[in-house]
Structure formats: C-alpha cells, structure tokens
Design a protein around this ligand. Structure first.
Ligand code: DON
Length: 305
C-alpha cells in the first residue's frame, strides 16, 4: 500500500501546478502550492501515509460534517431537518443569490456556508464560545488528537475579511431562520473553519464515519450509526459543492473539501482518507487532491457506485 501511495503522489505532483491557492482569506494565500500529502486509515485501524501528510493546515469547510454531526447529536434529526435541507444546490459554497423567494431550509444544505452557519445554532452550549469548544472537543475525539486547536492567524484573517459569510448570517436572521446574534454565530463558524489538522487527523475522522461510528483504532463507538449514515449521505450528494456530480463519477466516494486544500474521503466499511494540496479549482476543491483520490479509487476499486 505504501508503494501505491508513493506512486500516486509521484504521478499527481504535476497537478499541484494547476489551480490556485485561496486568497480571499489572506492568510490562506501564504500556502505553498507544491505541497501534497495523503493518509489512509483502514478498517483495522492501520494507517499508511505519504508526502506532506503531517503538515498542519486549516480545516475550512471540512469542518462542516462535524458541525452537522454535533447538531444531530445535540438537537436531533427533526430539528436539523427543520432548519436545513439536504438537496444539492448546484451553486457555489458561498452562494448568496436566493432569488426573490424567501430563504427557507429547503434551499440550503449542511455542506454550503449558509447551511453550516445555520447549524451552529443547533450545537449545545450556553454561549457560542462553549458551542465552539464542544465542536473542537469532538474534532479532537474523532481524530484521536485531543491537542487539536485553532490556527489563530487563519481565524483572525477570516474574521477580518469574511464579510460575505457575515452577510449570510445576517440573511439567516432576516428570514427568521436563526434567532441568536449573527456576530456570535459567525464567530463560532470562523473559529470552526480555522481548526488546524493534518492528513492523518482527517483520515482518522473519516475512518470513524466509514466505520458507521466505530473508531477502528480504539474500537470505541464515537457516534450513532444513524448519524454517521446521515453525514455520509450528505457528503455523497453535496460534499464537493457544485462539483459533487463530477466527483461522484470520477471518484465515487463520499467526501468533503475545504479551501485550505484538504479533502476528507469516507469509504464506508473500508477506510478513511485525508488528502492535502492547497491549489484549488474554480469550485474551491483541491485540484491535486481530487486527482489523487481519482487514481486511488480506480486502483483500489473504492467507488461506492
Ligand atoms: O467560509 C468560507 O468561505 C471558508 N471558511 C470555508 C469555505 C470552504 O472551505 C469551501 N470549500 N471548499
């Protein structure tokens, strides 16, 4: 397996020259586009890694499945379904234009910004700092890395520039979908996006979703199987935004991307995958990360379709 990963990374190295690192969050523009890393954690808890797998980068949207999971655990399926739908939008992750219709839950899903921001309100906690700390603890527990923390410079950078997300939070309030102060909700979302992870962390988290809640490394149950299936299904239909259909065709595994360059892939019953390469395509998905997953899926016959 080590040889397979080394060869795939070697083949895909050239792909790191395509696309561009995100620059709308200034701190992300500092990323080195030459980096490429991967880690797999299989159903026996064994890991194999290659390239820049230990490099720490911000989760960005890869945190959205965890926000969804915690909202499900804390508030239940009915509350989540009442607030946020589950259909693919076919629009960019930060889409703003909801036409002249009133914004309702049916228009959004948990994997786009508006949906994830709304779901922060369903995380348990007496204030938004406590909600965020509970999310951070969940990320630490699922990854087996309790020292996980936010990358302060990324958080401050998005907080200073993230006015579109801020506007989405205010829009949710304007349409009566959330009642808490927009600034508190969005601060929790910005912190969530700036949690620092490695490919190993993403692979460990993905392996728990792949095991329908059982951590293959410790054998512990970390979430209900029902919630794991909920999240995995949402990843399959919406995890790669308006690139989800093409990703399903070429890779065929439930996955979530982030503008930090990470992609978390869940192969049910088989393995969790973390990939990192910071240069992105126009839809905000890692170009080389996508290619690595495409080759890996073909070589190991991982497509669920
Ligand atoms: O909200 C944002 O714009 C970023 N913090 C996260 C967006 C993101 O990762 C989209 N993914 N590809």
């Amino acid at each position: 397996m080590q040889t397979v990963l080394n060869e795939i990374l070697h083949t895909c190295k050239e792909e790191t020259t395509r696309g561009a690192v995100a620059n709308y969050i200034p701190e992300l523009a500092k990323a080195d586009p030459n980096q490429l890393g991967i880690c797999l954690v299989d159903a026996d808890g064994k890991s194999v890694c290659a390239g820049d797998w230990s490099h720490c980068f911000s989760m960005q949207s890869v945190v959205k499945p965890l926000i969804l999971l915690l909202a499900l655990q804390d508030s239940g399926v009915d509350a989540v379904r009442a607030l946020v739908g589950m259909e693919a939008t076919g629009k960019p992750f930060d889409a703003f234009n909801y036409s002249d219709q009133a914004l309702t839950g049916a228009h959004i899903n948990p994997m786009i910004n508006t949906g994830a921001i709304a779901l922060c309100t369903l995380i348990g906690g007496s204030d938004y700092e406590e909600k965020f700390q509970r999310l951070l603890q969940l990320a630490g527990k699922l990854s087996g890395n309790p020292s996980m923390d936010i990358l302060e410079s990324v958080y401050l950078s998005e907080k200073a520039t993230g006015n579109k997300n801020r506007a989405l939070a205010y829009m949710l309030r304007a349409y009566g979908m959330v009642n808490d102060p927009a600034e508190d909700i969005i601060d929790c979302y910005f912190k969530a996006c700036s949690i620092g992870v490695s490919c190993m962390d993403l692979a460990r988290i993905a392996a728990v979703f792949a095991g329908h809640g059982l951590d293959p490394v410790t054998g512990q149950r970390l979430m209900d199987a029902e919630y794991a299936r909920y999240v995995n299904a949402t990843l399959a239909t919406c995890g790669m935004y308006d690139g989800s259909g093409e990703f399903a065709l070429k890779v065929g595994i439930p996955a979530k991307s982030g503008v930090g360059g990470g992609i978390m892939g869940v192969v049910p019953k088989k393995m969790g995958i973390g990939v990192f390469a910071p240069a992105l395509d126009k839809k905000g998905n890692s170009v080389a990360g996508f290619k690595v997953l495409e080759l890996l899926s073909r070589q190991l016959d991982l497509s669920v379709y």
